[in-house]
Design a protein around this ligand. Structure first.
Ligand SMILES: Nc1ncnc2c1ncn2[C@@H]1O[C@H](COP(=O)(O)OP(=O)(O)OP(=O)(O)O)[C@@H](O)[C@H]1O
Ligand SMILES: [Mg+2]
Length: 279
């Protein structure tokens, strides 16, 4: 692993010259992106631009057509099933659609990776599931329910609990706050931050939600025109004069405003300048 001298952590993921298309639908062309240990990187970009596909390529669920993606220096494309297992022990993944197993109660869903990758006992799994369920703001009784009897927002949070259960080094979040109400958006954003500061987890967060993208990340990159373009700190991105970035931010601001106006009391809207009261 390379240890850069510029204060960044070691290189964790490195995507180089990646190309990916589904038939005529070209999603990536010579796209490159590095992820460093300890950072929280937010990926923003239009719907349909390929953000979910990119996360799936990072964990070997989808293959690149061109270029390569390395994890700690190893090519993901060259990993056999043992190599991928090892990768999945280190990398937690929150799917955009929660992808819980319908036939298993939540405790088994959350404990799934512990069953797969560790020798944890039933008691240990249940104890860990309890902690994780609490972190995402769900009540303990949820552990014995099946996914079908949970609301969309509860399922989303159960999926988050599942991703953090084995204390992975890296967590990939695909729209972790989609469909949640303002309180839970704040809670999940705080959880992502807490995981980063307490456990030094590296996070990659794909999100449309500005509260999450700008509130929890150290760095934001925008996927645009098949490549990762326009990167910067949240402050730099907020001030960016690039048209694509401005359009994305302005649109997301409108969505956010709408959500908070329709949402419940007690949540703060990050930046909604009050017009000066007319005398
Ligand atoms: N397995 C697949 N086979 C064919 N096309 C696919 C497949 N997976 C994704 N696509 C297509 O790739 C494009 C990008 O999809 P992706 O889900 O990555 O977008 P996204 O940036 O995550 O969008 P959103 O913000 O709406 O979640 C879409 O046009 C989608 O239909
Ligand atoms: Mg997506």
């Amino acid at each position: 692993m390379t240890e850069p001298a510029d204060g960044r952590g070691a290189l964790l993921f490195s995507a180089r010259g990646v190309g990916k298309a589904f038939g005529p639908n070209v999603l990536f062309k010579d796209a490159s992106l590095d992820v460093y240990t300890g950072e929280t990187l937010a990926i923003i970009g239009e719907s349909g631009s390929g953000k979910s596909v990119f996360l799936k390529m990072l964990i070997g669920l989808l293959e690149t057509d061109e270029g390569e993606i390395l994890f700690k220096g190893d090519r993901i494309g060259d990993m056999d099933s043992d190599g991928l297992q090892k990768l999945h022990r280190q990398v937690g993944y929150v799917f955009q659609n929660d992808a819980l197993f319908d036939s298993m109660p939540i405790v088994e869903n959350v404990g799934y990776a512990m069953r797969e990758h560790t020798n944890a006992s039933d008691e240990e799994i249940r104890a860990r599931a309890k902690v994780c369920i609490e972190m995402v703001g769900l009540k303990q009784h949820v552990l014995d329910l099946y996914p079908a009897s949970l609301s969309g927002g509860m399922r989303k949070r159960a999926a988050l609990a599942r991703a953090i259960a084995i204390k992975p080094e890296v967590i990939l979040y695909d729209e972790p706050t989609q469909g949640l109400d303002p309180q839970n958006i704040t809670r999940i954003a705080e959880m992502i931050e807490a995981l980063q500061s307490d456990l030094e987890v590296t996070s990659v967060v794909v999100t449309h939600d500005l509260r999450t993208a700008f509130g929890v990340s150290n760095r934001i990159v925008m996927l645009h025109d098949q490549r990762f373009q326009y990167e910067g700190t949240p402050e730099e991105m907020m001030m960016s004069s690039e048209t694509a970035v401005r359009e994305f931010i302005d649109e997301a601001m409108d969505e956010l405003r709408e959500l908070f106006e329709n949402g419940s009391q007690g949540s703060e809207l990050p930046t909604a300048p009050e017009p000066a009261p007319s005398a």
